[in-house]
Design a protein. Structure first.
Lengths: 108, 894
C-alpha cells in the first residue's frame, strides 16, 4: 500500500462521508460538520477536500436527481470506497494505539 | 416563490467554473442560499457571493482554451457562401453598397497618390533634416515691405563665420541663359542656375560624369543635365562631354563642361538644366563682373540654403541672427530698414510657402490636406450606406439568425459571420476600386497635371510621410466599424421572438439611420456650397476687370541677342512701326515687364515738395509711350509719355506716371494735384506727369501695389506686346516673325497669349476647384445611392399600409407626401447643420484672396435647393411608383 496521506480536514470530511452513507453530498456534509465543529466551515473547503479524496480514490461519486431547491442542478453524492475505509481504520487504529500508551495519570 | 440568488455572482461562477463541477458547486451554494434565505435574505446574499468568491480556485477554473481544437474553416466557408448568396439575391442593395465603397476607395487612392507626391517634394535629399532655406522679412519704419526667399549674397558666409552651428551654405541664383551655341546649334529655353560648390555636397543631385568636389570650383565651369546632353547636344556618353565648351550668346563667353548631372526628379522644387559655378558671377577671371553676388548686404536678390550641424536646433540658431543685424546692417538700420532672417526647413519649403520671389513651383498644404480630408469623408459616406442598408434590411436576416442561434451558434459566431459579410463587400469594393483607379489614372493625372501612379502609395517617401499607413489603418477601422454595427444588431435577435413569427419591425436603429442620412446630406450640401463658392471665386478672378485689357495680346520672346542701348530703341521703334502696319494687328508696345510679372522694387520713395516721414517701397516698370494705350489703361490725370520723355542716357530721364495706390501712399489729395509735383526715387528727383487708375499687375490673390511707370527700357530684355485680331492669325504671325527676324536677327521667334499665361497663376486654385467639384459630385452620388436604397426599403415595408390608405381614400399626392416627408425633414435638418459650417470654412478659404466674392445667401439657398431636387428625383421614382400602384395588388396576398 502506498503512502496515503490524509489531512486533518480531509479526514473529517471522509469520516462524514462514511457516516452519512448514501446521503453524503456537499450541503449535508457542510451541515453536519458545522453542527459537530465549534467553527464555521466554508462550502468551498468541503468541495476542495472532496475533489482531493476522490482523486486519491477514497471516495466514489455519482449524480442524483434534480431538485427544485438547487436551481435545477443535480446533487453529487459521495460514498466511501474500501480503500477509504481502510485508511480511516488505519488512522483510527494508529490513534487509539498511541492513545492507549498514555500513562494513567491524572490531569488536574 | 423561490428567491433568486444574486445574478452577478451566479453569472460569474458560471463563467469561470468548470462545466463538470458546476452542477455540484452551483447546486450546493444555491441550496445553502435557499436555506439561509428564510432566516436572513441579506445575509444569504452576502454569503452566496462570498461562497462564489471562495470557489475561485485553480482547481475549479475552466481550463484555458489555448489549444482548442477548432474547425472554423468549414463554418467560415458557410459564412462566405451565405454572404455571397445574399449579395446575389439582393442585387440592387449590393450594387449600392459596393458601388459607393468602390467610388470612395478609388477617390481616396487617387488623392493619396497626389498627397504623397506633394509631400514627397524635396524629401529625398539625404541631408534633408539639416538643410534650411534662409528667408527674410524686410521692415521699413516698422512695417513689413518684403517677405521673401531672396536675400543678401553675404548672409550665408556671415552665418558660417559667426554661428558655429552653421556647417555650410549655398547660394543659388538664376542665371540668364537665353541662347547657347554648341558647334553649329542654337539652344534656347534652358533653365540655368549659378550655385556654390557646396551645392553638390548639400543636396542629393547625382552626377553622371565629373567630380562632385571640383566640378563647380573654377569660374566659367558648367554642369549640363542628362536631358540637355541627350536631347539638345545629341551626346549619349556623358563622359565624352567633359572638357567641351559651350558659348552663351548673351555674353559670348565660353563655358567649360565639367560635369553631367542626372535629370532632376519630378519631385524637386528646384529644376535646372544647367549648373554654373557661382564664382563665375563675380570672379575677376570671369568676364561677368557682378560684384554684389559675392559678399554684399545691400541687394536682396539671392537664394541661400544653409546646412546646420547634425542635432542643431534651427530656432536656437535663428535667435543668434539678431547679432548679424548689428554687425552687417548698421547702415540700413540707420535709415529705418530692418531685416529679419529666418531658417525655413527644406522639408517645408515646397508646401508651406507664402513668400515672394519663389525659387520654383510651390504647393499649398491647405489644398493637399483638405483634399485628403474630403476623400476620406467620401469613403465614410460609403460606409454609412453599408451600415444603413444592412441594418434597415436586418429584418430579412432575422429568421436566419434565429435558426442559427437555435442550432447552437453563439453570439460571437454570428458577429463573426456578419463581419465576414462586411469584409466580403469591402474586398469586392477594393478590387473594383483598384480597377477603377487603373482606368481613371490618366484622366486624373491630366486633371492635377502630375505624373502619378499607384506605386506612389508604396514608395519610400509615402512610407516616410505615413499617409498610406494612415489610410490603411483608417480603412481597416472603417471596415471593422461599418461591419460591426450591423453584426451587433443582427446577432442580438432573440431566437424565440424571431421564430414565433410575430416579429414586429424594431424601432431601434431608426435614430441611427436617420442621423447617418442627415450626416450624409449635410456633408453633400457642404461640398456643394463649397464648390459653388470656389467656382464663383474662380470666375470672379478670371472675369474681373484688371484695369487693363489683355485680350488677344501676344507676347513675343525677348530679343536677347540684340544690342543694348540706343540701337535697341531704334530697332524696337522700327519693329513696332512695321508690325502696326499689318492688317490684323491693332497695336504694339514694348515694356520692361508685362502683366503677371513680378515688378522690381524701389526703396525710399518720398515726396520732394513737402517734408513727409514716409520713405516707402514701391514697384516700378519701364514702358514705352504706346504701352498705356495698348493695354487700355485709364489715365486719370495728366498725360501719357511722349517720345520726348525718353532718353538714351538713363540718367536724364526724369518723368514718371504713378498709379492710384502710389498716389494715396504719397498722400496726394487728387490725381490732378499730383500732376506736376516731384518725388524722389532711385536717389534723384522725378516729375509726375500722369496718374493711371489702379490695375492688377498680379493675380487677384494679391493686393495692388504702388507702381511707378518709368519711360526707361532695359534694352534686350524688354518684352513686346502685340494686340492682334484673331482672324487670319497664322498669316499675321508669319508677318510678325518676318519683321522680328529683320529687326532682331539671330533671335529665336516665339510667342504666347498673355491671358493664358496670366490665368496660369490660378492653376492651383483651378485644380482645387476641379477636384473639389468632382468630389462634391461623388459625395452626392454616394448619398443618393444610399437614399434610393432606403426609400426603396421604406416603400416595400409600407406596401400594405399604402394599400390600406388608398382603399380608405388617400390621394396619390397624399401618399407621395407621406412617403417623402421623412426624408425631406432630414434634408432640411442637414441643410441647417451644413450651412453655418460651410460658411465658416469657405470664409476661411476666401481669406487667401485679396479680392474675393462675398458669401451671399443665395449660394446656400441654391445648394440646398439643388440637393432637395436631387433627393426628390431619387426618392420620387420609388414613391410615385408605389403611390400609383393598384391597392388590390398589395392587399390581395395575405
Amino acid at each position: 500500500m502506498k503512502h496515503h496521506s490524509l489531512g486533518e480536514f480531509e479526514e473529517l470530511v471522509l469520516l462524514m462521508v462514511a457516516a452519512l452513507h448514501d446521503e453524503a453530498y456537499g450541503v449535508s456534509i457542510h451541515k453536519n460538520l458545522e453542527e459537530k465543529l465549534p467553527k464555521t466551515v466554508n462550502i468551498s473547503a468541503i468541495h476542495v477536500a472532496l475533489k482531493r479524496l476522490e482523486e486519491k480514490g477514497f471516495v466514489n461519486s455519482r449524480f442524483g436527481g434534480i431538485t427544485e431547491d438547487r436551481g435545477g442542478r443535480r446533487k453529487k453524492f459521495y460514498v466511501i470506497t474500501a480503500l477509504g475505509k481502510r485508511v480511516l481504520d488505519n488512522q483510527y487504529e494508529l490513534r487509539t494505539s498511541i492513545y492507549h500508551q498514555i500513562p494513567k495519570i491524572s490531569f488536574s | 416563490m423561490r428567491p433568486d440568488p444574486p445574478k452577478g455572482p451566479l453569472k460569474f461562477l458560471r463563467w469561470f467554473c468548470r462545466e463538470d463541477y458546476l452542477d455540484e458547486i452551483e447546486g450546493d451554494i444555491v441550496e445553502l442560499f435557499n436555506r439561509q434565505y428564510q432566516q436572513s435574505p441579506g445575509k444569504a446574499r452576502r454569503q452566496f457571493t462570498w461562497n462564489v468568491i471562495r470557489h475561485l480556485r485553480l482547481g475549479f477554473i475552466k481550463p484555458l482554451r489555448l489549444a482548442k481544437p477548432t474547425n472554423s474553416c468549414g463554418m467560415f466557408r458557410n459564412y462566405l457562401k451565405v454572404g455571397s448568396r445574399n449579395l446575389v439575391k439582393h442585387k440592387f442593395f449590393s450594387f449600392i453598397s459596393i458601388a459607393g465603397l468602390s467610388i470612395g476607395l478609388c477617390a481616396c487612392i487617387l488623392i493619396i497618390q497626389y498627397v504623397n507626391a506633394e509631400l514627397g517634394v524635396d524629401r529625398w535629399h539625404t541631408k534633408l533634416d539639416n538643410l534650411f532655406r534662409v528667408v527674410n522679412d524686410r521692415y521699413q519704419q516698422g512695417s513689413l515691405v518684403q517677405h521673401s526667399t531672396m536675400t543678401y549674397s553675404g548672409i550665408g558666409k556671415a552665418m558660417k563665420q559667426d554661428i558655429p552651428e552653421v556647417e555650410a551654405y549655398c547660394r543659388v541664383t538664376p542665371y540668364r541663359v537665353e541662347v547657347i551655341s554648341w558647334s553649329d546649334k542654337k539652344i534656347a529655353d534652358q533653365r540655368a542656375i549659378a550655385v556654390d560648390t557646396s551645392f553638390l555636397s548639400m543636396f542629393t543631385y547625382t552626377l553622371l560624369a565629373g567630380d562632385r568636389q571640383s566640378a563647380l570650383q573654377e569660374p566659367n565651369s558648367i554642369i549640363v543635365s542628362e536631358k540637355m546632353a541627350r536631347d539638345q547636344l545629341g551626346v549619349k556618353d556623358p563622359q565624352s562631354l567633359l572638357g567641351q565648351m559651350l558659348v552663351f550668346d548673351t555674353d559670348s563667353i565660353p563655358y567649360k563642361i565639367t560635369g553631367v548631372s542626372k535629370d532632376v526628379p519630378g519631385n524637386s522644387q528646384l529644376h535646372f538644366d544647367l549648373l554654373i559655378s557661382y564664382v563665375s558671377l563675380y570672379s575677376k577671371n570671369g568676364n561677368n563682373q557682378f560684384g554684389v553676388a559675392d559678399y554684399d548686404f545691400t541687394q536682396p536678390s539671392f537664394w541661400q540654403y544653409v546646412q546646420l550641424k547634425a542635432g542643431a536646433d534651427h530656432e536656437t540658431v535663428e535667435r543668434k541672427f539678431a547679432a548679424l543685424n548689428t554687425k552687417y546692417f548698421a547702415k540700413a538700420a540707420a535709415s529705418g530698414v530692418r531685416d529679419v532672417f529666418y531658417l525655413q526647413p527644406l522639408r517645408k519649403a515646397y508646401l508651406y510657402s507664402d513668400f515672394e520671389y519663389e525659387i520654383g513651383r510651390t504647393g499649398n498644404y491647405r489644398i493637399v490636406w483638405s483634399l485628403l480630408v474630403i476623400a476620406l469623408i467620401i469613403l465614410v459616406l460609403a460606409w454609412m450606406n453599408y451600415i444603413n442598408l444592412s441594418t434597415a434590411r436586418s429584418l430579412e436576416r432575422a429568421k436566419e439568425v434565429g435558426i442559427r442561434k437555435v442550432t447552437g451558434a453563439s453570439r460571437l459566431q454570428l458577429i463573426k459571420q456578419f463581419l465576414t459579410e462586411a469584409l466580403l463587400v469591402n474586398i469586392i469594393a477594393i478590387v473594383i476600386a483598384i480597377l477603377l483607379t487603373w482606368l481613371l489614372q490618366n484622366g486624373f493625372n491630366r486633371l492635377v497635371n502630375r505624373e502619378l501612379s499607384i506605386d506612389m502609395l508604396f514608395s519610400k517617401q509615402a512610407a516616410d510621410s505615413g499617409v498610406t499607413i494612415l489610410f490603411v489603418l483608417f480603412s481597416v477601422a472603417g471596415i471593422f466599424f461599418s461591419g460591426f454595427y450591423p453584426a451587433f444588431v443582427l446577432s442580438a435577435y432573440k431566437p424565440l421572438k424571431v421564430l414565433r413569427g410575430k416579429f414586429a419591425r424594431s424601432v431601434s436603429g431608426v435614430f441611427l439611420r436617420k442621423s447617418l442620412v442627415t450626416a450624409q446630406f449635410a456633408i453633400s450640401i457642404l461640398l456643394i456650397i463649397g464648390s459653388f463658392v470656389v467656382y464663383r471665386q474662380l470666375r470672379f478672378m478670371t472675369g474681373q476687370s484688371l484695369g487693363y485689357n489683355m485680350e488677344q495680346m501676344l507676347i513675343l520672346r525677348k530679343p536677347v541677342l540684340s544690342n543694348q542701348g540706343a540701337s535697341f530703341m531704334t530697332n524696337a521703334d522700327g519693329f513696332i512701326n512695321t508690325v502696326q502696319q499689318l492688317a490684323h494687328v491693332k497695336g504694339a508696345a514694348v515694356s520692361g515687364r508685362i502683366p503677371g510679372n513680378e515688378l522690381d522694387k524701389v526703396n525710399n520713395v518720398n515726396r520732394v515738395d513737402i517734408a513727409m516721414n514716409y520713405q516707402g517701397t514701391m514697384t516700378n516698370m519701364g514702358v514705352d509711350a504706346r504701352f498705356i494705350n495698348l493695354y487700355q489703361m485709364k489715365l486719370l490725370a495728366g498725360r501719357n509719355f511722349s517720345p520726348l520723355d525718353y532718353n538714351n542716357d538713363p540718367a536724364k530721364v526724369h518723368t514718371l506716371i504713378i498709379n492710384e495706390t502710389a498716389l494715396r501712399q504719397l498722400a496726394f489729395q487728387s490725381p490732378q494735384e499730383a500732376v506736376g509735383r516731384s518725388i524722389s526715387a532711385f536717389n534723384r528727383t522725378w516729375d509726375i506727369i500722369g496718374v493711371v487708375a489702379d490695375f492688377h499687375q498680379k493675380s487677384l490673390k494679391s493686393g495692388i501695389e504702388p507702381v511707378l511707370l518709368l519711360p526707361t527700357l532695359r534694352g534686350q530684355y524688354s518684352q513686346f506686346s502685340v494686340k492682334v485680331d484673331p482672324q487670319q492669325l497664322p498669316a499675321t504671325l508669319e508677318a510678325i516673325k518676318k519683321a522680328y527676324a529683320s529687326y532682331f536677327p539671330g533671335n529665336v521667334f516665339d510667342y504666347y497669349f498673355l491671358d493664358e499665361k496670366f490665368n496660369r497663376q490660378y492653376s492651383n486654385d483651378y485644380l482645387f476647384g476641379k477636384v473639389f467639384g468632382l468630389f462634391a459630385a461623388l459625395a452626392i452620388l454616394i448619398a443618393c445611392l444610399g437614399l434610393s436604397g432606403l426609400s426603396l426599403l421604406t416603400t416595400i415595408q409600407r406596401t400594405k399600409e399604402i394599400g390600406v390608405r388608398k382603399v380608405l381614400g388617400a390621394s396619390v399626392a397624399g401618399v407621395i407626401l407621406l412617403l417623402s416627408k421623412d426624408f425631406i425633414k432630414l434634408l432640411l435638418f442637414a441643410f441647417i447643420i451644413a450651412s453655418p459650417v460651410a460658411w465658416y470654412i469657405m470664409h476661411l478659404w476666401l481669406q487667401d484672396f485679396a479680392y474675393r466674392v462675398d458669401l451671399s445667401w443665395w449660394i446656400f439657398a441654391s445648394a440646398g435647393l439643388l440637393s432637395l431636387i436631387i433627393a426628390m428625383l431619387v426618392i420620387g421614382f420609388r414613391t410615385v411608383r408605389s403611390a400609383i400602384a393598384n391597392p388590390a395588388n398589395s392587399l390581395r396576398a395575405e
